[in-house]
Design a protein around this ligand. Structure first.
Ligand code: C5P
Length: 228
């Protein structure tokens, strides 16, 4: 049972934010507190997390360390530089994590995650060793060619939009990374390639990923609603 086992977490925040129009989202304040501080505080305060690492771009390393230095983040063990692809950043985080049996991987760009969702995905992972937060898609999804002409319309009833947190047994995610070939946009894909069943756990529509400036405006509203 994971409650007697160590749970480590990796917050990946080493993206270049190319769709953010020049705004460095991790230092942007939401409800007066920066995105980076917010997400770090959720993990620090979660009773299920024993320790966590944060992955930042080399350029943001000093500023990030300085920002978090006096925030009493007792479970934050290391802040390390990431890599070119998201999976390189996760791997850097995995290599920096102290001994643990479970790993929670989370996008730093999702500051509205809750301790409750982390706990629930961790619980959902107990059966097969892998579970990820996801929500059923609300839009109709079409597949198109390079020419932007529709090839097919997918059956929405079976489609989920994947989020983080994603939780894996440590040995499984390590093996996934050891055998990784090619580019993936989430960690579960590497685990699926091992033949491990990945459980989808109902995430939250407000667990948004800050990708464009419009997301920042939405997150500000969601924050105000949450915090009254
Ligand atoms: O680019 P994408 O939207 O998939 O990014 C999801 C998360 O992964 C973000 O929190 C981003 O900072 C992080 N990431 C990273 N290193 C990269 C690319 C993305 O840590 N090279």
């Amino acid at each position: 049972m994971y409650k007697s086992q160590k749970v480590g977490a990796i917050i990946v925040a080493a993206g270049r934010g190319e769709r953010m129009g020049g705004i460095d989202k991790i230092f942007t304040p939401l409800g007066g507190t920066s995105v980076l501080e917010r997400v770090a505080a959720v993990f620090n305060d979660s009773p299920y997390i024993d320790h966590f690492v944060i992955v930042l771009t080399q350029d943001n390393l000093a500023r990030g360390k300085h920002l978090l230095a006096d925030k009493n983040l007792t479970k934050l063990v290391k802040i390390v530089p990431g890599g070119v692809r998201r999976q390189d950043s996760v791997e850097a985080g995995l290599n920096a994590l102290p001994l643990c049996q479970w790993v929670v991987i989370h996008d730093g760009a999702r500051p509205l995650v809750t301790s409750k969702l982390i706990a629930e995905v961790l619980e959902a992972a107990q059966e097969s060793g892998a579970a990820i937060a996801a929500v059923p898609v609300v839009d109709t999804i079409k597949s198109a060619g390079e020419d932007n002409y529709v090839k097919s319309t997918l059956d929405r009833s079976h489609l989920w939009a994947v989020q983080t947190p994603q939780v894996f047994r440590f040995d499984i995610i390590k093996e996934g990374y050891a055998k990784a070939s090619g580019d993936v946009t989430d960690d579960a894909a590497l685990v699926e390639a091992l033949g491990i069943r990945v459980k989808l756990y109902m995430g939250a529509y407000d667990n948004i990923k800050l990708t464009t400036p419009a997301d920042l405006a939405l997150a500000e509203v969601l924050c105000q609603r949450k915090e009254g």
